[in-house]
Design a protein around this ligand. Sequence first.
Ligand SMILES: Nc1ncnc2c1ncn2[C@@H]1O[C@H](COP(=O)(O)OP(=O)(O)OP(=O)(O)O)[C@@H](O)[C@H]1O
Ligand SMILES: [Mg+2]
Length: 375
Amino acid sequence: MSVFNDAIQNFLSPISDLLDDESISEIMINGPFEIYIESKGKIIRTDNRFKDNDNLMAAMRAIAQAVGKKFDEDDPRLDAHLPDGSRLAAVISPISTNGTVVSIRKFFKEKIILNDLIEWGALSKDAARFLDICIYLGKNMLVSGGTGSGKTTLLNVLASRISDNQRIIIIEDTKEMDLDDQHVVHLITRKEDPAQNIKAVGTKELLHSAMRLRPDRIIVGEVRGAEALDLVNAMNTGHDGSMGTVHANNPPEACLRLETLCLQAKTSIPANSLKLMISNAVNLIVQTKRFSDGKRRVSHISELLGVNDNGSYRLKDIFKWVQKSKDPETGDLVGELVACQYLPTFFDQIKVNRLPFPSSKFEAPDWVKKIKKAA
Ligand SMILES: Nc1ncnc2c1ncn2[C@@H]1O[C@H](COP(=O)(O)OP(=O)(O)OP(=O)(O)O)[C@@H](O)[C@H]1O
Ligand SMILES: [Mg+2]
C-alpha cells in the first residue's frame, strides 16, 4: 500500500498544497487547468494546474489501481478514498464534456464533535443539548439535507453520543462514519463485478443481516433506495434510536422522499398505511443546509406527528434557524437556531427521566416573537 501512497502523492503533486491545507474542504478539478477549492464555505479558483490531461488521468488511474478498480472509457466513473481518507469522485468523457472532472471531499483531520458544531454556529447550545437528550431517549431520527450540506458529519456526531453499552450497526456504501471506543459493527455494501464473479450486496440485504446481528441501534449512512421500507420497519419493530440520512431540502420533503423510496420496494401496502407507518417510525427530522453565505447549519429540528386528512405529513418545528440580519462586510448571515414555542409530545419522558431540559427551553425568544408579530 505504501508504494501506492508514494505513487499517488507523486501524481497528485500539482495539488499537494491544496490537499495539505486544513482550511480547504473540497477540491474541484474541471480538466487539468481549471481547479477550484471550497474554503470556509466559499468557492475560489486557484492557480494550480496539472501539466496536461494525460497527467491528470495518470493520477486517477493510479488511484483506481490502488483501490482495485478500473477507470477508462468502458468504466468512466470512479469513486474512491485517498490514503488520508478523503473521498474522491471522478468522471471522464464521454460522460463529462469538460474532460476529466474530479471532486475531492476532504474531511477534518481532527474528529468533529458536538462542541465544534456549536462553536461554528451550526447548532445552538440548547438545540445540541436537546438532540443529545433525543439520542439518550432513543428517538428515531432522519438527518435530511442537500448534497454536501453536512448530513454525514452530523450523523456521525449524533451517533458518537450513543452510550457505550449499546450495540450500533452502521451500514454505508463507503466507510465515512468513524466512531471510537463504541460497540460498533460496520457493514459496507459491495458492487457487482461479473468479471470477477463478485455479486452485489446492497443496503437492503445488509439491513436484513443487521437485524439478525442483535442491533440496539441501526444507522444507515444514506437511505436512497428500497431499503427505506426495511429501515421504517426496523424503526417500528423496536429498534428505537435508529438513524439515517436522506437527500431533501426541508422536513416535509424528507418525509415524502422517504415515502417515495419505500415505494421502490414495490410493496402492496396501501399509500395511507405507508404514510402512517412512516409517521409512526420517524420521530424527528434534523435538517442541514448550506446557506447562501456558504456556512453549513442545522436549519430545522422538527417532530413528525402524523398525517393530515389530505395525506400531507404533520410536522412541528421544535427549533428553527431564524435570520436576524446580514454582516455588511463579510456577507455572512447573522441569526440563531431558536426554540419555536412548541413542546414536543415526548416532553413527559424528558421530565420523568429527570433530564436537565426544562419546558422554558422550548419558548421562543422575544426577538423572534417580535419578528413574527411584525410579519
Ligand atoms: N457544520 C459544518 N461547518 C463546516 N464544515 C462542515 C460542517 N459540516 C460538515 N462540514 C464539511 O462539509 C463537507 C461536507 O460534509 P458531509 O460529507 O457531512 O456532507 P453530506 O451532506 O453528507 O454530503 P453528501 O451529500 O455528499 O453525502 C465536509 O468537508 C465536512 O467536513
Ligand atoms: Mg454524506
